[in-house]
Write a protein that binds this ligand. Sequence first.
Ligand code: SF4
Length: 90
Amino acid sequence: MPYVISSRCLDHLNLMCLDICPVQCVHVEEGVDRMCFIDPDGCIDCGACVPACPDSAIYLMEELPPGETRFAEINALYFRDQQAARALLA
Ligand code: SF4
């Protein structure tokens, strides 16, 4: 079960998760994206990004708070269709 970046990342973009991820599965296009995204097919569930995020934005998929569950699909969608994922955050 991969980790998921939630709405807490929106317009914060601290980017600490990008540096700490051992498999480089966190992605963002700076200047375009409003948040970072975790590739569910690349995440090895190590959990290293969770304490690194100053906004506490990262959750195990099954532990997403109510109201945040749509971010599991938004994170995954980003790696199939970036524009579609961005549109869901507009
Ligand atoms: Fe990367 Fe580990 Fe976070 Fe997955 S849980 S995004 S592998 S740092």
